[in-house]
Write a protein that binds this ligand. Sequence first.
Ligand SMILES: [Fe+2]
Ligand SMILES: [Fe+2]
Length: 315
Amino acid sequence: MTVSVEHPLPDSQVVENKNQCTTDELVLDGGFVVPDPVAGGGFDAPEINAFGHTFRDYDVESLRNKQVEEFYKMNHINQTYEFVKKMREEYKKLDKLEMSIWECCELLNEVVDDSDPDLDEPQIEHLLQTAEAIRKDYPDEDWLHLTALIHDLGKVLLLPQFGELPQWAVVGDTHPLGCAFDESIVHHKYFKENPDLNNPAYQTKNGVYEEGCGLENVMISWGHDDYMYLVAKENGTTLPQAGLFIIRYHSFYPLHRSGAYKHLMNEEDVENLKWLQIFNKYDLYSKSKVRVDVEKVKPYYLSLIKKYFPEKLRW
Ligand SMILES: [Fe+2]
Ligand SMILES: [Fe+2]
């Protein structure tokens, strides 16, 4: 579904966010921390999105944001521990169809993400904008370029061939199940209707997990992140662990923006998180009206796909 509305610029570009990270780094709108400019390679981040708002600005009153809030209400009520378990089992079968990574990029063009207040254009543009922006600043990390290209491919879950899951089960920020819902989760108030609140085992800080158990042992709300991770891993990708980590947790904003749930990470997660934080800056800020010539860059990305993936993948 595409919603096209014109919005005026908000009076202030700065939005108060109680979940701001307490670091010395530069904090831009929405509490988003901008990584060290040296590490970031001088990426020139635009200040407003395609709708004329600051990025991830959930507080500005607009039709689009009401739609986003409604989305999170559904997400927070319906994503339960049992639901995630069921989805993982179902999609691990990889019995939906066979296609190449590039075929999936083209397929994704049919999808628009309702949960995202910043993005209102075909997904392939977003994928290539993100990948090309990273490529410019990290020319030698080809795995990172490819990771950027494929990180959102799991959104095909919205399409009929993949079970046509509702938006709340595919997109939006993700969070752990089986332990307490952290206050930093966007629209936290809607958890009060989540059935998991009836299970006391899920109400403590660690819940059913042990401190330092590693994120791979944690149930994270089901969506395009976990699905694409599963597809990449089960099809034997040779992408490095950091690439798989980015794919799997790029929507886990409570962790990588607010620093929540760090007690569940192991040492490997800590290392991988550094790459995710670099990646995320590009994922967020490249959602703007910068056009990418798809045909021009296609041969480069096809060569990366060939390097890191089999010709055809099971989905
Ligand atoms: Fe995503
Ligand atoms: Fe993305």
